[in-house]
Write a protein that binds this ligand. Structure first.
Ligand code: HEM
Length: 481
């Protein structure tokens, strides 16, 4: 790998840079900048701009353990890297760092993000197409209106748990919970395991002392799910993955279920938190929504431009020597897609403060062959969930000074830790009828459907069992917290 350049220390000017020069951001070995630690955690957007000023559209950076990588900051350069899989592989095994000893795979916290797994994220070419085909078939089997009704139902259930109190912490009670409830249901989790799995999968992300145990529990649940669905398929993602002609092994199915759960949960939860923070802190944003100048889907898109749920996306690995954004990239080098930096690149957005109307060309779902296949589901969860929340609690307001809001940050993303709100106390909704569930699309495209559509009558349930029992348990669980 090209040693992160030191030319910004001295070579360009032949002298030590003056105070205030962007070159001063270099704080790691070889003159590269750490993309972890206090500076990256406090002001990641500021750090990206300093890197851009110092290096242009591609900058040398250091990851945890001072592991070297290139951060792609330019919009066009990000698209270029994401769209040229033969030049920039998605298979982490291409990285020379495994062989050079730059990383200790047994202990490095980077491994969950850049390690190889038998899933579509880590595959190129035909193998990627085989695995991704099964994933997209599994995700696209649900009718969007049906998914929306399911989310609406879950959103009401969650709001019912706190609406009487007149106050709530929205991240814990709503924005982190709704995506997980929806995804576990779509995956095909049994009614019995859902509440505990929701808790475990959320705990897994928080790097608590119980995270490892939670991770083990999630894997155990998914392994069990594979066994159950092999025996009794249903209309769910797990069954669709197994039935797909790509012929996924049980291990591949388990890894893709985990991928969908983890890729879909945290990003969607972040998106919802970011939109709700804008609603309760920015009067112009809220005014535009309330006044009809901006629809909720447009507001979601604006936040996707300004605050991508995944700010830095790992990774791509150079298949050969090449030049990118003026930097010499060597075979085996690691590149990171700077999605947040690319979205505010002046080359495409001269004024980042100007609203981006009807424009979905942001990088938040990445681009190219690995572009997020779950983006429609993510958008529907955020849109429908926030719609119900604002309809039920239109007077919702921030309960603390805006300055006291805090984030949990990593190289890859930052999460609002809490969003305390107040509103006028209201009674819960009276009804508790089972949710209308997502129906298969009207037209069969030849993919195996585990649950056949009836010739006439209402859309079939995703799962036939009555669901009130575990929803009641979820509510009890939430009330206990
Ligand atoms: C707002 C919500 C979401 C955001 C911002 C998001 C963003 C992303 C990004 C940036 C990637 C990486 C693509 C790359 O490596 O170039 C990705 C991949 C992926 N996402 Fe999402 N995602 C979201 C929601 C979801 C949901 C809800 C699901 C599933 C239901 C999902 C499933 C996946 C899968 C399976 C991949 C791997 C695709 C591949 O490698 O071919 N995502 N997503």
């Amino acid at each position: 790998m090209t040693v992160p350049p030191t030319e910004h220390d001295t070579a360009q000017s032949g002298s030590i840079p003056p105070p205030g020069c962007p070159a001063h951001i270099a704080d790691g070995p070889g003159g590269a900048t750490r993309l972890y630690g206090p500076a990256a955690a406090t002001d990641p957007m500021g750090l990206y701009e300093k890197l851009r000023a110092a290096h242009g559209p591609v900058a040398p950076v250091l990851l945890d353990g001072d592991v070297r990588a290139w951060l792609v900051l330019g919009y066009l350069e990000n698209r270029d890297v994401a769209s040229r899989p033969t030049q920039f592989s998605r298979d982490p095994r291409v990285w020379h760092g495994w062989r050079s000893g730059e990383i200790d795979p047994a202990t490095s916290p980077l491994v969950p993000m850049i390690g190889w797994r038998p899933d579509c994220v880590c595959a190129d070419g035909e193998e990627h197409q085989r695995l991704r085909g099964a994933v997209t078939a599994g995700l696209s089997q649900f009718d969007h209106r049906g998914v929306r009704r399911l989310i609406t139902r879950f959103a009401h259930q969650l709001i019912d748990t706190f609406c009487e109190s007149g106050e709530a912490e929205l991240v814990e009670r709503f924005t982190e919970h709704l995506p997980m409830l929806t995804l576990t249901h779509l995956l095909g989790m049994s009614d019995e395991s859902a509440p505990k799995l929701v808790h475990a999968a959320r705990d897994l992300f928080k790097a608590t002392e119980t995270s490892l145990a939670s991770n083990a529990y999630v894997l155990e649940c998914l392994e069990q799910l594979v066994v159950e669905k092999r025996a009794r398929p249903g209309h769910d993602i797990a069954s669709a993955l197994m039935a797909h002609p790509a012929g996924l092994t049980d291990e591949e199915v388990q890894h893709h279920l985990r991928l969908i759960l983890l890729a879909g949960y945290e990003t969607t939860a972040n998106l919802m938190s970011n939109v709700m923070r804008m609603v309760v802190t920015d009067p112009r944003f809220r005014g535009s929504l309330a006044g009809g100048q901006m629809t909720l889907p447009e507001a979601v898109e604006q936040v996707l431009w300004d605050e991508p749920p995944l700010m830095v996306c790992p990774g791509r690995w150079a298949n050969g020597d090449t030049t990118l954004g003026g930097q010499e990239i060597k075979a085996g080098d690691m590149l990171l897609l700077g999605l947040a930096a690319g979205n505010v690149d002046q080359a495409i957005r001269p004024d980042a403060a100007t609203p981006v109307h009807h424009n979905r060309a942001h990088l938040s779902f990445s681009a190219g062959t690995h572009e997020c296949p779950g983006q429609d589901i993510g958008r529907i969860i955020a849109d429908a969930g926030i719609d119900i929340l604002l309809t039920r609690l239109p007077d919702i307001a921030l309960a603390v000074p805006e300055e006291s809001l805090s984030w949990r940050s990593s190289t890859w993303a930052r999460h609002l830790t809490a969003l305390p709100v107040t509103f006028a106390a209201r009674p819960p909704r009276a009804d508790d009828v089972p949710a209308p569930l997502p129906a298969p699309p009207a037209q069969s495209d030849g993919r195996p459907a585990a649950v056949p559509r009836p010739a006439a009558g209402p859309a079939p349930a995703l799962r036939p069992e009555p669901r009130a029992s575990w929803l009641t348990r979820v509510r009890r669980f939430l009330r206990r917290r």
